[in-house]
Design a protein around this ligand. Sequence first.
Ligand SMILES: Cc1cc2nc3c(=O)[nH]c(=O)nc-3n(C[C@H](O)[C@H](O)[C@H](O)COP(=O)(O)O)c2cc1C
Ligand code: SF4
Length: 695
Amino acid sequence: MTRDPRYDILFEPVRIGPVTAKNRFFQVPHCNGTGYRYPHTQAAMRGVKAEGGWAVINTEWCSVHPSGDTSPPSSSRLWTEEDVRTNALLTEAVHRHGALAGCELGHPGLASHNLYSRLPPMGPSVRPMPPRDFPGQGRAMDKADIRDLRHWHRRGVRRAIQAGFDLVYVYAGHGMTIFTDFLSPRINQRRDEYGGGIENRARLLREVLEDTKEVAGDKCAVAIRFCVDEQYGGDSINAEDGRAVVEMLAELPDLWDVNVGGVDDMLGSRFRKEGWEEPGIAFVKQVTNKPVVTVGRYTSPDRMVSLIKSGTLDFIGAARPSIADPFLPKKIDEGRLDDIRECIGCNICLASNSMTVPSRCTQNPTMTEEWRRGWHPEEIPAKGSGSRVLVVGGGPAGLETARAAGARGYEVALAEASRDLGGHLNAFARLPNLNEWLRVRDWRTGQIDKMADVTIYRESELGAEHVREFGFEHVLIATGSSWRRDGVGGENFVPIEGHDQSHVQTPDDILAGAEVTSPVVIFDNDSYIMGGALAEKLVAEGHDVTIVTPFPQVSPWTYYTIELAEVQRRLTALGIAIVANYNLASIGENQVDVAGIHGEPAHTLDAATVVLVTMRQSHTGLYDDLVGDQAALEAAGIQSVRAIGDCLVPAQLSEAIFGGHEAARALDGPDVKDQPYRIEQVPASFEPPLPWEEN
Ligand SMILES: Cc1cc2nc3c(=O)[nH]c(=O)nc-3n(C[C@H](O)[C@H](O)[C@H](O)COP(=O)(O)O)c2cc1C
Ligand code: SF4
């Protein structure tokens, strides 16, 4: 297939200072949980994106000095000569496919946890450290500190060039860099030439940009990443400050990478939709002659074209769309638009990075598995035999297994009990603002539709006897799970008294349209989305809702997806009452008894409907029946039976997709149980001298 000429404009080369990008697809800096700890994993992941057609591939933020240390998450760094060598793995992988490699040099200032380095965090003024860090404060930098910082940044630029980067950044975005600390009037309370009016607050940024330009010379392009309006209100960096900075520094960098909203720039699809940042950054191209890039979870090529044609942007920036589909540019180039695997905006990539493990992606199960498992997002080994594969259950795990096994060339039958493919996702995506999650289903069904050897049987509930009659050699059971009705979960080890009444519902019941009468009490003992999202849905339908949760906040795990504050804001705005730190003790006819988990006084709440959001139970009946009769399996010629997805263990959607993918790759493969992947570790022989003893 060939490219639609409408998209030609996206494939025009664009000059960035001394270098030229081959097209307009620009992977903006993004962490991925690998960083300095797993440099081979990172290099392979970035290399795959270069192969997928991105013209510019950036690192995540890259620390210039141990005083800017955000461990435990592992990001890039250029602290040592060894770091130069590990970063060179990345630039080589990127250059192999004709892309430019960029390095986002930075210092997180007062956002440095310095948990590893133990150096006192520093910034323009004294500030308390965030509550999850060691209790303490960051110190105010004096002039010697400012000189040191400039020296470290210049050294970082030199090292980046040595490592082979074509572009270096000065990172002043997301409200967590030393430059945003200085720019922000609420943080910067200095009385010297680095504090006060915007010209003074921007002084350090200007100096470092000038330093960077000087060191980079004609060897390397210089970009600035800048948040033009934090939108936090109060004394944050507002639109006026942002515009003033762009006007002041307009022609100094070779490229402007701009966004709005501080860290909200990364919010998921539940809270922000494609292109939401456009109004805030639209002015930038009118103020500078340098190329401009922004972000907005762009997956639609038509929208990309209109952004270029309207003169809003020169490059289409992407973090998550490039994670969900590293081959997005190539697919547009080859006219394969319906093969694009669109990001769903779930922020699991961000969560895993925050949890200090290599980033996983719900849509792309090969993310960060390129090196350690040798997985490629677009290639999969051909089938290992002429065996046939039966997949029972057409939810996310079943769909991914059927798709991946089909891609390997197996003959596959997918049997689904209901009329619809998608399993629990179909109902889940009806919750407010979660409809984009259906992309997980739709991409897979779209791919399967093109496969001649994958047959789908709808409304086909199979028992063990049917499976044996099928006689396919490999059987994968993806029969899913459902929410428990008895209240057993994290807080309650035995059923809650009164759970067996008709007004007690589960999320499955509510999503299937069960009758609801107000007042509603949702008992939310699940740390993720369900409780809060159900409350939103019921309020939208006119109900009066209270959430009782043993956690201090609703949906506490969304801290990692950076949505926690937004969840609380939305629940508060909707007038949903929250009874935090309470367990559900018992359920009566029209009321519930709740008990504080730290001894808070017990009390009673009115409840005409009670919804129990506690834990899920796997549907293992078919699997148990099959593996419970090995002789019958053998007689039917069945060689392997495996439970996948929620049937194996209920977990996040990303794990269902990953498990389904892994199961398809494992068909007729070696037994990898003892060592499932390559381990990246520092060799025992690595023992550099103390830095002051070098030479
Ligand atoms: C997993 C993840 C890690 C990120 N890490 C960084 C980072 O290190 N530096 C940075 O400037 N932005 C970082 N970002 C922000 C992105 O570069 C981007 O601005 C944001 O995700 C919006 O773009 P998108 O909608 O294309 O994802 C990160 C985003 C994600 C999702
Ligand atoms: S994990 Fe979710 S948000 Fe992140 S890239 Fe994948 S689909 Fe998008």
